[in-house]
Design a protein around this ligand. Structure first.
Ligand code: GLY
Ligand code: MN
Ligand code: MN
Length: 439
């Protein structure tokens, strides 16, 4: 990994520049960005795992500390209010000392409710950015998550700084280690639960550290798009394995999927065809291309795969038109990636937040943006045997093009998804996932 300190200098300058710009436009004095608070479980004294406000972690990699604040006006050195209670029950975060600390004036807060002492005296013109509107109310912020500021920040967050790109490469590097360990565990006969343990231990991150709940699916479970159940018991016969698993680095996410066949068979050939399709779609990414068009192009390519494997019959255009490809590939081609797995700004058409919706027939597409340099996206075409969707085809009299014998043959294998994380540059794409050795 590149040395982060020099990259961070430009990153923090860019954060300050954005704040100065948006404050001038929105006629505000500054932003008070709250890391968040613990959420308590109902009727319990146990908290849910803490997840910081993404607008807070955009400034600095403090990921585990509630009641912290970044106070910025874009001109003065930003203030970090850093929470350090006197507490003999829990670990108290150390006073930060890292590559980023010199860029903040750090003020220590020992009691969360005393934060007013460290905030600007007159909050008129200051906007609260965070989740806890009740806290903002008590403190006297009149402006809370103002729409103009949020739209602006969300739009600009899709253009990653070089520091952020390096963090995302590192998140990918870590996740790829886990994917290799998981693949080996699959071929050695591990259960879903055991594969998860191998994955987490290989990357050195716990279930609350990874950016989303891993999808580790054997056989037909691979057809459940958000399968997170983790069976302890092995299936009678081992056929296929779909793993959608990421890693975090300094608050940035990797989001990677691979699918494996246990034997050399038609399903294995189908994985290879999807893999080729996925690489072709990645190659079509370039500045100026709208992601929606890549999603639609993927349907055209998938129609040809269905024909080539005799899963459906007819010509490619009519399979797309009849909605056959949507039955086998019901989700979107991908999404923006960054501080959040499904990063903000996917539907923004400009920095004012003009919303560009997904096409009506493709409601699950999460990104309609025009691609531009420094954006990071996932590209994740899939193919699944999903009985509820297939029975809709039958119920609506659209079943004819489908070769149901082939569907029956493929059903026990569940499905396929191939997902990489790609940086768009001016003259090339950088497929971080493949560059780091995951085939
Ligand atoms: N892991 C969630 C997704 O691929 O979007
Ligand atoms: Mn994924
Ligand atoms: Mn994804």
């Amino acid at each position: 990994m590149e040395n982060l300190a020099p990259l961070y200098v430009n990153h923090i300058a860019e954060q300050n520049r954005r704040v100065a710009d948006v404050l001038a436009r929105e006629q505000l004095k500054g932003l008070a960005i709250h890391s968040g608070q613990y959420h308590r479980q109902f009727l319990d004294d146990i908290n849910y795992p803490f997840k910081p406000n993404p607008h807070f972690k955009a400034w600095l990699p403090v990921l585990d500390n509630p009641n912290c604040w970044v106070i910025a006006n874009g001109i003065d050195k930003p203030v970090l209010v850093f929470y350090r209670p006197v507490d003999f029950w829990h670990k108290v975060s150390d006073v930060p000392d890292s590559f980023w600390t010199e860029h903040f004036e750090i003020k220590l807060l020992t009691k969360a409710e005393k934060v007013a002492d460290l905030l600007p005296k007159d909050l008129d013109g200051w906007a609260y950015i965070g989740e806890h509107l009740d806290v903002a109310d008590v403190l006297g912020f009149k402006s809370r998550n103002p729409e103009g500021v949020m739209n602006y920040l969300h739009w600009h967050r899709s253009f990653k700084t070089d520091y952020e790109l390096e963090c995302m490469r590192e998140a990918n590097r870590i996740a790829v280690i886990g994917h290799h360990a998981a693949r080996d565990a699959f071929y050695q006969g591990a259960s879903e639960f055991e594969i998860q343990q191998h994955y987490l231990s290989a990357i050195g991150q716990g279930e609350n550290d990874v950016p989303y709940g891993n999808i580790i699916a054997l056989n037909q479970n691979a057809a459940i798009l958000h399968y997170t159940a983790l069976e302890h018991v092995n299936p009678a016969e081992r056929l296929s394995f779909l793993i959608d698993a990421g890693a975090s680095f300094h608050g940035y996410a990797a989001d990677i999927t691979r699918t494996y066949a246990f034997g050399k068979n038609l399903f294995d050939e189908l994985i290879k065809a999807l893999d080729k399709l996925q690489r072709e779609v990645v190659d079509m990414m370039r500045p100026g291309v709208r992601f929606t068009d890549l999603h639609l192009a993927t349907h055209n390519k998938l129609a040809q795969v269905l024909i080539d494997f005799d899963i459906a019959r007819g010509d490619a255009a009519s399979l797309v038109e009849q909605g056959i490809t949507r039955t086998f590939f019901p989700h979107g081609l991908g999404h923006m990636l960054g501080l959040q797995v499904h990063d903000v700004g996917g539907f923004a058409n400009d920095e004012r937040g003009t919303h560009l919706p997904a096409p009506e027939l493709h409601p699950f597409l999460r990104c309609t943006r025009v691609l531009a340099p420094k954006q990071v996206l996932t590209v994740e075409p899939g193919f699944y045997i999903i009985d509820s969707l297939l029975s809709e085809l039958k119920a609506e009299g659209r079943a004819k093009p489908v070769n149901w014998e082939m569907v029956d043959m493929l059903r026990p294998f569940g499905g396929i998804r191939i997902e990489d994380n790609v940086i768009v540059h001016q003259t090339r794409n950088e497929n971080m996932t493949r560059d780091l050795g995951l085939n």
